[in-house]
Design a protein around this ligand. Structure first.
Ligand SMILES: [Zn+2]
Length: 138
């Protein structure tokens, strides 16, 4: 879809901090993220909501979420994550994406938009991406 920012990321027209990629899916950092390590996972084929994909495609998407989630848990030494979709939300990017955010015991969070989290300092997205990538598949 020509005016979709995520399709442009998939096409390489817009740079991103890639965490994981396979034939069907891609994960990258949310540069406007709620927390340090806030990642997103998408299917490469454009679709706005879960209804635009087959169950098999959604299975591929969740398989990638599982890989990235495991890497984030290791990179941030936590077993707590918030994983979620803003389904059909009129604001924001209209390409289905799953957020993965590291959480911490006692952080008081629970609702994605109000996560207190740990804000990324110094905007070191390259360092964050490398830290997470180093744990993919391990
Ligand atoms: Zn798209």
């Amino acid at each position: 879809m020509s005016d979709c920012i995520f399709c442009k990321i998939v096409a390489g027209e817009i740079p991103s901090y890639t965490l994981y990629e396979d034939d069907n899916s891609r994960s990258f950092l949310d540069i406007f993220g709620a927390t340090d390590g806030h990642a997103m996972v998408i299917l490469k084929r454009h679709g706005a909501t879960i209804h635009d994909y087959t169950p098999a495609e959604l299975g591929q998407l969740w398989g990638s979420v599982q890989k990235v989630a495991a890497a984030i848990e290791k990179a941030y030494a936590t077993t707590i994550l918030s994983i979620g979709i803003n389904h059909g939300e009129p604001q924001g990017v209209k390409h289905l994406h799953i957020h993965i955010m590291p959480r911490y015991e006692g952080d008081g969070g629970g609702i994605m938009q109000t996560l207190p989290g740990k804000k990324l300092e110094n905007n070191d997205f390259s360092g964050v991406a490398e830290k997470i990538r180093s744990h993919i598949g391990k």
